[in-house]
Each structure stands twice: as structure tokens, then as C-alpha cells.
Ligand binder design. Structure first.
Ligand code: HEM
Ligand code: HEM
Length: 179
């Protein structure tokens, strides 16, 4: 039985669902770009797929910021879960948010250290996070790559969890996030 239907309040409102799927789409595209773009070296020029990675990255920064602001100001109806499942789901969601912030910030800091501009829709230039040539910014390039793998592992766990609810538990958790 759909408890949320009974209480007349959607678990996640339309904006929360829209932002969830927009970020999911952008992240999927960003992994494809990150894996297919040319290796980045000292003298690499940020054009082609690298320019796309920076542009989609700027959109991710904006969309994740909107998502977190919306989440803080619009609390969803909690799902009816056992204490163990509730703990696992909250921990996964928290870690997802942490990596959704940390991965883009590390990539952005690395871009700044290379003197690359990060622009939203090619127009709105974001401030530089590190100085051109910064060692910290350089090191954060590696951190960006490692954290992207951690984000991917969390996404796999998250999708596995959603399918587990749908196929094994047969509850309405997946429906909570569907349009
Ligand atoms: C890049 C991919 C994805 C990311 C980063 C992501 C991230 C998140 C986050 C952070 C939440 C917590 C929402 C909150 O309470 O604030 C969430 C919820 C949810 N996501 Fe995703 N998600 C992704 C893809 C997917 C996919 C592919 C599915 C379906 C197969 C899915 C299904 C759900 C569901 C059902 C919820 C609600 C869980 C609940 O009711 O507690 N997500 N997602
Ligand atoms: C969640 C979002 C993101 C994901 C999943 C992601 C993923 C990746 C991946 C897989 C790589 C290749 C790593 C390697 O080959 O070791 C990469 C490299 C890179 N990304 Fe991202 N990225 C994201 C966001 C961003 C953002 C927001 C920016 C900047 C605005 C950015 C800038 C870069 C740069 C400059 C590199 C080259 C780093 C280097 O090799 O030193 N990324 N990214």
C-alpha cells in the first residue's frame, strides 16, 4: 500500500525529482566524458571533450548546489523502513551528497591550477579555486580521479538498493523518486 498516497503528500516534490534525475543524467555524461577525453598533461589545451567536461562540470556544480538547497528547505516524507535499512539508506545518501560536492570541487580546483576557466553555459565564469600553478590544485587532480571511483561505487550501491526495494521487498521506495 502506498502510504504517501494516503497522507496526500508526495515523498519527493516535483522539483526534488527533477533535480535528482537532472544530476543523475549530468553525472552519467560526465563519467563518459572523463573516461573518453584525452589524457591531461602540463601543456594540454582544454578544447574538445575536455571543454565539454569542464562545461558539464560547471552545470553539475550549479545543479548540485540547487539540489542541496532544495533538500535543506524541503524535507521529504521519510520512507517506512526497518532501522537497519534506514541506517544504510541515510548513510549512502549522505556519502552521495559528500562526493557530489567533493568530486566537482577537486576537479574545479585542478582546472584553476592549470589556468583553465570554468564557465556555466560558456558565459558565467566561476572564480578560480586555486592559483595558476598551485601544487595543491595539481594534487587535487589525482584526488578528483580517486573520488570519482568512490562516487561510482556509491551510485552502483544506490541503484542496487533501489532495485532491491522494487524487485525483492516490492515496496514503493523506487516510486517515490519516479516522475
Ligand atoms: C548519478 C546517479 C545518481 C545519484 C548521484 C543519486 C543520488 C541520490 C541521492 C543523494 C538521493 C537522496 C535524496 C534525498 O533524500 O535527499 C537519492 C534518492 C533516490 N534515488 Fe538516486 N541517484 C542517482 C541515480 C539513481 C537511479 C538510477 C535510481 C533508480 C534506479 C535512483 C533512485 C533513487 C530513489 C528511489 C531515491 C529515493 C530513496 C528514498 O526514498 O529514500 N537514483 N538519489
Ligand atoms: C561528479 C562530477 C565529475 C565526475 C564524475 C568527473 C569524472 C572525471 C574522470 C573519470 C576523470 C578522469 C580521471 C583520470 O583519468 O584519472 C576526470 C578528470 C578531470 N576532471 Fe572531472 N569529473 C567531474 C566533475 C568535474 C568538474 C566540475 C571539473 C571542473 C570544473 C572537472 C575537471 C576535471 C579535470 C581538470 C580533469 C583532469 C584531471 C587530471 O588528469 O589531472 N571534473 N573527471
Amino acid at each position: 500500500m502506498n502510504l504517501n498516497a494516503l497522507t496526500q503528500r508526495p515523498a519527493y516534490d516535483g522539483i526534488a525529482r527533477l533535480l535528482h534525475w537532472l544530476v543523475a543524467l549530468l553525472i552519467a555524461a560526465q563519467f563518459v566524458l572523463g573516461w573518453t577525453m584525452p589524457d591531461v598533461h602540463r601543456d594540454t589545451v582544454p578544447d574538445g571533450l575536455i571543454a565539454w567536461h569542464l562545461g558539464v562540470g560547471a552545470a553539475i556544480v550549479a545543479a548540485v548546489a540547487c539540489r542541496i538547497l532544495w533538500r535543506i528547505t524541503h524535507q521529504p516524507q521519510p520512507a517506512e523502513l526497518t532501522p537497519t535499512l534506514s541506517f544504510i539508506s541515510r548513510a549512502t545518501h549522505t556519502l552521495l551528497y559528500v562526493t557530489l560536492v567533493a568530486v566537482p570541487l577537486a576537479g574545479w580546483a585542478n582546472a584553476s591550477s592549470r589556468g583553465w576557466a570554468v564557465k556555466l553555459f560558456g558565459m558565467v565564469r566561476y572564480p578560480d579555486l586555486t592559483q595558476n600553478g598551485s601544487q595543491t590544485g595539481h594534487a587535487l587532480g589525482d584526488v578528483h580521479g580517486w573520488l570519482a571511483w568512490a562516487l561510482l561505487a556509491l551510485i552502483v550501491l544506490h541503484i542496487g538498493g533501489a532495485l532491491f526495494h522494487r524487485i525483492v521487498l516490492k515496496d514503493d521506495v523506487l516510486q517515490r523518486m519516479l516522475p
